[in-house]
Design a protein around this ligand. Structure first.
Ligand code: XIL
Length: 322
């Protein structure tokens, strides 16, 4: 039958993935098995989950994902090493000096990378380092270390991961080919300028299919998306869509779901039109558990399966785009 990942492989790409939270929903493993050859742990590998206090690591949850991947022969897009969010207060508000914060970063990357060395196909090394205007986000990382935190993080990741592991910079709103996309290109050049390995840029693709209170406009069309992907792909790195969801003002209607299906098709097409676009990941399976309604009030219905695990029109759209 139909399969998103088989379609991607037949087009010479390496994966179709989903964000995954292991939960008691028998429909989910079946869909994963049929449709995906990769997943991104939705929360389990984040700093607050893995190093809640200094040098005290908790891997019970993350290990379940490593085992799930192994048992089911799936790739893991490991997520994420250096980020300002879901970062425990002991790091974010610790008041550490430059040297100490770099040591804390190295230790975290070292321990995570070593534990999941033959498990992670890709790692999001740095997540969301940019403001909307393309300048650096004023996170504890940037405020303490300066923009050097980016090459430093990639240097540690390269040192402690397997050589085969692809190292990604990942961010949202890179899809409009604006100043924020320029910022991502600047990051790729910065890391490369030190001779440090960076393999890819992840375009999260948390997009809206119509104007919503939290979105500047509807999702960009195929050619805008394609140009945005090329802006970093042309620098000699892979690109991927890493967290796709296409939200709308709820409730959904048949008309809105038809528009959404076309946008899913455009997103997929833009990836297929760019040689270096290696894969796509949707940010969850069913609308039942999507993070969107909890964060964007009045918005939702963003994924490809509805709350009852039925395929939405978006499924056919996505497949058509591949
Ligand atoms: C979200 C998860 O989906 C939620 O469960 C969690 O409460 C917050 O984080 N960008 C990212 C993801 O890189 O890690 C975020 O995931 C969504 C935005």
């Amino acid at each position: 039958g139909d399969s998103l990942y088989k379609a991607m492989l037949s087009r010479g790409r390496t994966f179709a993935g989903t964000a995954l939270t292991l939960r008691d929903e028998p429909a989910e493993p079946k869909i994963v098995h049929q449709e995906f050859n990769s997943f991104t742990p939705e929360n389990a590998m984040k700093w607050e989950s893995t190093e809640p206090s200094r040098n005290s690591f908790t891997f019970t949850d993350a290990d379940r994902y490593a085992k799930y991947a192994k048992d089911n022969k799936l790739q893991i897009h490991c997520h994420t090493l250096v980020w300002h969010s879901q970062l425990p207060a002991w790091v974010a508000n610790g008041g550490f000096d430059n040297k100490t914060l770099i040591a804390i970063m190295e230790n975290h990357i070292k321990v995570l990378a070593a534990r999941y060395k033959n498990v992670c196909t890709r790692w999001d090394v740095v997540n969301e380092a940019l403001e909307e205007d393309g300048t650096y986000r004023k996170s504890v990382w940037y405020n303490t270390i300066g923009d050097a935190f980016l090459p430093i993080a990639f240097k540690f990741a390269a040192k402690y991961t397997d050589k085969k592991t692809k190292l990604f910079y990942n961010d949202y709103n890179l899809e409009y080919n604006g100043t924020k996309t320029d910022g991502a290109a600047r990051i790729v050049k910065l890391v490369k300028s030190y001779g440090i390995k960076i393999d890819g840029v992840g375009y999260q693709a948390h997009l809206a299919t119509e104007a919503t209170p939290t979105s500047p406009g509807a999702a960009p069309n195929t050619s805008v998306l394609e140009a945005a992907l090329r802006k970093t792909a042309d620098l000699g790195v892979d690109v991927a869509y890493t967290e796709i969801d296409l939200r709308m003002n709820t409730p959904a209607t048949a008309a809105k779901l038809a528009v959404q299906a076309r946008f899913y098709e455009s997103v997929a097409k833009s990836c297929l039109n760019v040689k270096r676009c290696v894969g796509m990941t949707v940010w969850g399976i069913s609308d039942k558990y999507s993070w969107i309604p909890g964060v964007f009030a009045g918005e939702g219905a963003a994924l490809v399966w509805d709350e009852n695990y039925n395929k939405k029109p978006a499924y056919a759209g996505l497949l058509k785009g591949i």
